[in-house]
Design a protein around this ligand. Structure first.
Ligand code: AMP
Ligand code: ZN
Length: 508
């Protein structure tokens, strides 16, 4: 059993992690609503959970990681439960099918996730693919007496639920407090109580997305999709549920109420919430208009989004956001994110990114240098103790900044060994290489993208040399073409003439 401790939003305590059914772990994270490009704030949350997923896997757990795609039911003002469906509105404005909108932004979302080197979740279910499950769960909640119908709409009866259960269990807020903080809005007359929320909404004639249900044509509420899909794939009670902390007071509070209302069981043992990415201290959000798209920061990347399916914003931008002096690589941004604990706010700025870029380069250079270090008889440094400190950091609620501080101790030692001031034995050198692979590549999910782009540059330069050699040959200048072949040979590079032209490879 591992010694992992997790800060549980539900208990407000750091608790020892005990999976329900080890070695299996079920984890559900609320995914994006795909009516637009995901912004850096969304990416912070998904990168944080990618690290959590990777760490659980590194501990030997077999994780079923479910991250959904919201493609229906998320209204413009979800706290008040009013407004148009976000995907439907975009489809109406752009005169496209809702599925066309979702497909376009799903392609962009996956592309960004893979640039940031996120592992794909085990299951990525969509709300529109699970309408039957949502209807079924809504029926069960009605049968349990916690929901009522009014003119084709089904509402969850929060006051009735709160008589039997603690509705504010996750946020720690009393129901009175929540009632006082909720606005009464026009068009809400069908609801009995101010906090009641829709499980199913009647579709108005102009509403594009609708399905038949026992209560007429309509569409599901936003919260029910996560309850229905987590139950389907992870069971009535599962280990971990995550998302940004902005989801605590409404979306996750209502998810708990629905699941308890349906099954009389707490759905989740550990709730993990990431804090917000901010800009000048303000939450990054589409409604505030202060979002950055990842592609606005990246430089030197060939994006598949140059294709016709690209979102317009992605196609035109490449490391050119006016708030930043220069572009950054996706791995620099990922490193920057992991330098702050997921539960603290993180302010996004030019200076902070410049500092992270320096740190990231230093780490990657040390790892490259490590490959070249010579072993000594004995070690002057305790690699096993460093390994323990790295696990301690991650076991303490996935504390990536502390882990990174430990990794910089490894950087210091690597440089000292190179300068002849410290020594590492053969065995410790191998241990250190393995440790850096596990923590830097496998757990933090960082890759040496400087070397990756160096690989592209090398290939480009060799293609140029090959072309110059072919020109020399065409001019019957065999002394130059032979010289090129011989000099490349000294670098272990072999040229291969074939039907498709000349290629190159490294001599094994
Ligand atoms: P949405 O597409 O708005 O439903 O958000 C998808 C995920 O991103 C949710 O888990 C949100 O909590 C999270 N999120 C949204 N804005 C931010 C932000 N500024 N910083 C961190 N996470 C965010
Ligand atoms: Zn959700």
């Amino acid at each position: 059993m591992s010694n992992l401790h997790i800060q549980n939003t539900l208990s407000r305590k750091k608790e020892l992690f005990k999976p329900l059914n080890a070695p299996f772990v079920g984890m559900y994270v609320c995914g994006p609503t795909l009516y637009g490009d995901v912004h850096m704030g969304n990416c912070r949350t998904f990168i944080s959970f990618d690290i959590i997923f990777r760490y659980l896997t590194a501990l030997g757990y077999k994780v079923r990681y479910v991250r959904n795609i919201t493609d229906v039911g998320h209204l413009e003002d979800e706290v008040a439960g009013v407004g148009e469906d976000r995907v439907g509105k975009k489809a109406r404005i752009e005169k496209l099918e809702p599925m066309e909108i979702v497909q376009r932004y799903t392609v962009g979302f996956h592309e960004v996730m893979s640039l940031f080197n996120l592992l794909p979740p085990s299951i990525e279910p969509s709300a529109t693919g699970h309408i039957l499950e949502q209807i079924e769960m809504t029926k069960q909640i009605i049968d349990a007496g916690f929901a009522y119908e009014n003119d084709g709409n089904i509402y969850f009866d929060v006051e009735k639920f709160a008589k039997k259960h603690n509705y504010g269990i996750l946020s720690g807020r009393t129901i009175e407090d929540q009632q006082n903080n909720t606005r009464e809005l026009d068009g809400q007359e069908e609801k009995k109580g101010r906090l009641d929320f829709a499980l199913w909404k009647k579709a108005k004639p102009e509403h594009i997305m609708h399905w038949s249900s026992p209560w007429g044509e309509g569409f599901p509420g936003w919260h029910i999709e996560c309850s229905a899909m987590s139950k389907k794939y992870l069971g009535e009670t599962f280990d971990i549920h995550g998302g940004g902390m902005d989801l605590i007071p409404t979306h996750h509070t209502n998810e708990i109420a629905q699941s308890v209302g349906c099954c009389e069981k707490a759905p989740v043992n550990y709730w993990i919430h990431t804090n917000m990415l901010t800009v000048n201290g303000q939450k990054m959000s589409r409604s505030l208009g202060n979002t950055f798209l990842p592609v606005e920061l990246f430089t030197g990347l060939k994006l598949a989004s140059d294709s016709p399916t690209a979102t317009p914003s992605q196609a035109k931008l490449d490391g050119k956001h006016p708030s930043f002096e220069k572009g950054f690589s996706p791995m620099t941004v990922r490193f920057f994110i992991s330098q702050t604990h997921y539960s603290s706010t993180l302010d996004f700025s030019n200076d902070a990114l410049i500092a992270s870029e320096k740190g990231f380069r230093k780490l990657m250079e040390a790892i490259r240098l490590l490959e070249k270090l010579k072993a000594s008889e004995k070690s002057s440094y305790d690699v096993a103790a460093l390994k323990e400190r790295c696990y301690d950091a991650m076991n303490d609620d996935f504390n990536t900044p502390i882990l990174i501080a430990q990794l910089f101790d490894a950087v210091r030692i690597i440089n000292s060994v190179n300068d002849g001031k410290e020594f590492l034995s053969e065995n410790d050198l191998a241990e250190l290489k393995l440790l850096l692979k596990i923590f830097v590549n496998d757990i933090l999910g960082l890759k040496d993208d400087v070397m990756e782009s160096a690989g592209e540059i090398t290939d480009g330069l060799l293609q140029l040399i090959i072309k110059m050699r072919a020109d020399a040959r065409n001019k019957k200048d065999f002394s130059t073409s032979d010289l090129v072949r011989d000099e490349l040979g000294k670098l272990n590079i072999v040229l291969k003439d074939g039907k498709e032209g000349t290629g190159w490879e490294l001599k094994s």
